[in-house]
Design a protein around this ligand. Structure first.
Ligand code: GLN
Length: 543
């Protein structure tokens, strides 16, 4: 102890390494081990905060304010845990800390080199995370695809660690097997090449998770095994799965847990599988659900060329699923493009086809007027509407314009000269921007919030003090609190000093559910433990 498992990807990106990492941590957890997951992002960006969600997917935020890859969200959702910056690194953060050490004369005059110093720095970070989380097995996901230049140094770290601790380190390749339709077989050759590429880095995988549209059969398993010096039993079937939470159970069909433990010289600590059974029971229940609810998400980050990608809103989607499943409904989620409403207002009518609408977080001007039109439509037609971060800010703008009569009220993010800056930036934030300090300077991570009695928020949380995660620069302008309240906007959650709005809502006599949060509740929703605000929202929808 400790033991290390590394996950890398073959053939293509988006092969499911993140879910595989989370699933393996979950399985070993079921066998009684304390596990944690760590993500290595190959980007030179120091964190994910400066990356565009269309390119990189959602920016997930940890409780300590770390802006990181969406896979960290999967780890938290599967393991029902809260991770910290110790469990995330990028090429940029590794170089940064090494260079800082060098500047501090840590190397005492020695020449600092890419190899071995970068891989050793990576290993040190992994060991730190293991100690910090007191985990017995640490599962590290290496971003990127085998054969790319950018993750070579991370693979080198695996090689060095394996060299020092051959009995304590395993490497798993998650690889893709193409399938071209009826009458064709799953093709193994790209995976064979990926393994040879790994070999050229001095590494041999201990297991291959064979991803594909179907389960891999024995003949194809034997092919990979024979050509790549593996045992057939080390090739694990990993077919596409609609419900990602089923994936640990799928791996267990090939007895991955026990095989992993065996190669690590460990034994299952517990005989009874109660946690696995609870998980399975929930999956079985979900598969039998027939009642549906329709939820529309109004966003702008899902169109990439000809493709619709929902990755930018992954935590919102998962939070909707968790809550709907808990209440025995199958959610149907639709992507609504707010720019369409700007072009043609009659399209707003489509909102009536949904049980509820979510306005998720976002930045910048594109599609904003369309979102404001949609919010107005939901408010006037009493369609449940849930705003997250930017969503709340736009609800406030809509209310200010159309109810309080503050014509063209806006956020200074979009119109710095607006006559009614109902959403504005705080002084300290202005200073960051002046100095071009964009990275890691938003209001980030955990902040306490006081919940006002007699509101939907209080009915939901049933307590006065809550903690939620943030990621934004702008706030509801304190100068406008009074007038907004006068016209019926209720600030049901505020910072402890009362200055910053955390939750805003209309009374239930005015609207069934018109509520927005400055924080991101979706970041704290878990598979078996949905977030209370999403539960509240779905309860209203099924009423
Ligand atoms: N753009 C807004 C801000 O910076 C909202 C950010 C968000 O939705 N995460 O305050």
């Amino acid at each position: 102890m400790p033991k290390y498992i590394f996950i890398c990807g073959g053939v293509m990106s988006g092969v499911g390494k993140g879910i595989a990492t989370a699933s393996i941590a979950k399985i070993l957890n079921w066998y009684g081990y304390k596990t944690t997951c760590l993500k290595i992002d190959p980007y030179v960006n120091v964190d994910a905060g400066t990356m565009n969600p269309i390119e990189h997917g959602e920016v997930f935020v940890l409780k300590d304010g770390t802006e990181c890859d969406q896979d960290m969200g999967h780890y938290e959702r599967f393991l029902n845990t809260e991770l910290t910056r110790e469990n995330y690194m990028t090429t940029g953060s590794i170089y940064l800390s090494l260079i800082q050490k060098e500047r501090n004369l840590y190397f005492e005059g020695k020449c600092v080199e890419v190899v071995p110093h970068i891989p050793l720095e990576v290993i040190e970070k992994i060991n730190n995370a293991q100690k910090f989380t007191k985990s017995e097995i640490i599962i590290t996901e290496i971003g990127g695809t085998v054969g790319e230049y950018q993750n070579l140094l991370f693979l080198e770290a695996v090689r060095i660690l394996k060299l020092h601790k051959p009995k304590d380190v395993l490497l798993i390749l998650v690889s893709y097997l193409p399938y071209q339709g009826e009458g064709m077989e799953l093709k193994t050759k790209p995976t064979q090449y990926a393994i040879r590429t790994l070999n050229s880095s001095g590494l041999q995988p201990d297991f291959v998770l064979a991803r594909g549209v179907k389960p891999i059969d024995d003949i194809r398993k034997q092919k990979i095994a024979f050509n790549c010096n593996l045992k057939t039993s080390d090739i694990i079937s990993a077919p596409d799965e609609k419900n990602i939470y089923k994936i640990p159970l799928n791996f267990e069909k090939d007895e991955l847990g026990i095989k992993l433990l065996k190669k690590l010289n460990l034994k299952a600590k517990n005989k009874n599988n109660s946690n696995k059974n609870i998980w399975r029971k929930e999956i079985n229940k979900i598969e039998s659900l027939s009642q549906k609810i329709k939820i529309g998400i109004i966003g702008k980050y899902f169109k990439s060329g000809d493709f619709i990608l929902s990755d930018a809103y992954i935590s919102v989607i998962e939070a909707i699923k968790h809550a709907s499943w808990k209440l025995n409904y199958q959610p149907e989620i639709a992507w609504l493009n707010s720019e369409e409403y700007e072009k043609d207002k009659s399209k707003l009518e489509e909102l009536k086809n949904f049980n509820g609408i979510i306005i998720p977080g976002g930045f910048g001007a594109r599609g904003v007027e369309g979102k404001i039109l949609a919010i107005k439509f939901c408010r006037e037609n009493k369609i449940p509407c849930f705003g997250l971060c930017y969503g709340l800010q736009l609800m406030v703008i809509e209310f200010a314009r159309n109810v309080c009569g503050l014509k063209n009220a806006h956020t200074t993010e979009i119109n710095p000269k607006t006559k009614y800056p109902v959403i504005d930036i705080l002084e300290e934030q202005k200073n960051f921007l002046k100095q071009k300090l964009y990275g890691g300077t938003m209001r980030l991570g955990n902040w306490e919030c006081r919940v006002k009695k007699g509101t939907i928020a209080y009915q939901t949380y049933k307590k006065e003090k809550i903690i939620e995660r943030h990621r934004h620069r702008y706030e509801v302008n304190p100068k406008y609190h009074k007038i907004l309240e006068k016209f019926g906007f209720i600030f049901s959650g505020t910072s402890l000093n009362g200055l910053l709005v955390e939750i805003g809502e209309l009374s239930q006599s005015a609207h069934p559910f018109f509520l927005g949060t400055q924080f991101h509740p979706e970041l704290k929703s878990r598979f078996l433990y949905p977030h209370p605000l999403f539960i509240k929202f779905v309860k209203i929808l099924i009423r």
